[in-house]
Structure formats: C-alpha cells, structure tokens
Design a protein around this ligand. Structure first.
Ligand SMILES: [Zn+2]
Length: 255
C-alpha cells in the first residue's frame, strides 16, 4: 500500500499542520477568562481515545506491511522499544517534576512553566516519528495519523494554556508556546519518513515504535491527567467512543 507520490514537502506540511493545531488549544481563552477544568479532563480522555485508536491502526498497518518478512515480529520489537523509550524519558523528567502535573500547578514560577512546555515538547518527538513512518507506509495512512495527532494536540495546547494564561501570559503567547511544544513533530517526521522510505524493512519496526510510544502515553500520561478531573467510568466511556470512531475512520479512508 504505497502510492509513491508522497514527498518530503508533503510530510513537512502535514506535520506542521499538526503542530499549529496545538495552538488552537489557547483559543477558548479569547472568549472565556476562566475555564472549568472538567473540560481539560474531557479533552484528555478524548485525546487518549484518539491515540489508542491510532496505535491500533499503527499495529495493524505494521502487521500487514507488504514485502517485509516477519513484519509482526518487527512491530512487536518496535513497540517494546517505543514503550521503553517513553518510560525512560518520563522517568528522567519525573525525577524533577512531581508537582508539575498539568493543569494543577499552583503559584508556578517561570521555571515550572518552562518545565511543562519542556515535557510536552519531549513527548511530541514520538508523535513526529509516528507521522513520518506513517507517510512512509502510504499517503492515506499518513493523513490518518496526522489527523489523529492534530486533533489530540488541541487539548495539549489547552493544558499548556491553562497553566500559562492564569499567570499572565497573553493568549497569543500561550498559543505560540503550545505550537512550540509540537515543533518536534515536523522536525522528526522528515528523518523518520526518509528512513523508512530508504530502508523499507524498518517500516513495521517504525510503525511499532510509534504505536508503543503512543500506547504508553495513553496509560501513563493522558488517562492519569483525565483522572484528575473526571471519574474513571466517564473516561473509559469517552475513550471507547473516540477510539471506535478513530478505527472506523481508518477503515473508511483506506477503503
Ligand atoms: Zn501528545
């Protein structure tokens, strides 16, 4: 399933759109000054469902890669490494950030605010790889993963804005910081895309890597964030609906 006409420019534009979408998270603050944190919980639960659906799609795509032997083993190896890498990067950050839980910071100073933007930025590296390897698979699948990441970036921008804006940052600057946190997406997407294009046998591994990283984020990051505002039943209900919609959407666009 490759249509051969995806270019680096193409991948760059798609991954830039996902980054810009993060800025939309700041826009509600143009209309309301204060925000019920419940919306952050709902946003995080929806993002968790989207990412869950997207990682199922990545695994499926990896398993069915044409012309690569033992593709499922490559997917499993990639997914394990993806999980381990995100685990290690979070462990490294958590050593210094326990109370930086998004949306809950009280009296945060500039350094704390930078830490939050920093955490979000590191986490979007894996998402950039996801966009890149998906375009290496096919144009349609690349578009599918880009849309999933773009939508899930919006609550992440909201989370950043919820911390920055009450502390005097303007809406415009909060939007720019949100976009900044997603800049690894266009930056990582291109080398990942080129790599799997040149070394086709790494494609299932790369798809697995992105799936493993996203899967880990769903359970270690997005669900715990959502739990701060919502009950677990509500979270799983929202997640199930968005994940199912996401998987259905993949079948529709891939025909
Ligand atoms: Zn994310």
């Amino acid at each position: 399933m490759s249509d051969g006409n995806v270019t680096v420019f193409h991948v760059f534009v798609a991954a830039s759109i996902t980054a810009v979408a993060t800025g939309f998270g700041a826009l509600p603050f143009l209309f309301v000054e204060k925000f019920d944190n419940k919306w952050l919980g709902i946003g995080n639960a929806m993002a968790a469902g989207l990412m869950f659906g997207a990682s199922v799609g990545l695994v499926y795509e990896g398993f069915t890669t044409e012309g690569v032997t033992y593709s499922y083993l490559r997917v499993i190896a990639g997914a394990s490494l993806g999980g381990i890498l995100v685990y290690l990067s979070q462990k490294f950050l958590n050593n210094r950030d326990d109370e930086y839980s998004i949306g809950k910071v009280q009296g945060a100073d500039a350094i704390k605010m930078l830490m939050i933007v920093g955490i979000m930025t590191i986490h979007s590296f894996a998402e950039g790889i996801g966009v890149g390897v998906s375009f290496g698979d096919s144009n349609t699948f690349g578009a599918f993963i880009s849309i999933a990441i773009a939508i899930h970036n919006i609550p992440e921008g909201l989370a950043i804005s919820l911390i920055l804006i009450p502390r005097g940052t303007s809406v415009r600057k909060a939007a720019l910081w949100s976009i900044f946190s997603s800049l690894p997406q266009p930056l990582m997407a291109i080398p990942a895309f080129l790599f799997v294009l040149l070394f086709k046998e790494f494609l299932p591994f790369g798809l697995g890597l992105a799936a493993g990283a996203m899967f880990w984020m769903v359970f270690k990051e997005l669900i715990p964030e959502a739990k701060e505002e919502l009950g677990i039943k509500q979270i799983y209900a929202i997640m199930t609906i968005t994940a199912a919609a996401m998987i259905l959407f993949q079948f529709v666009i891939e025909g």
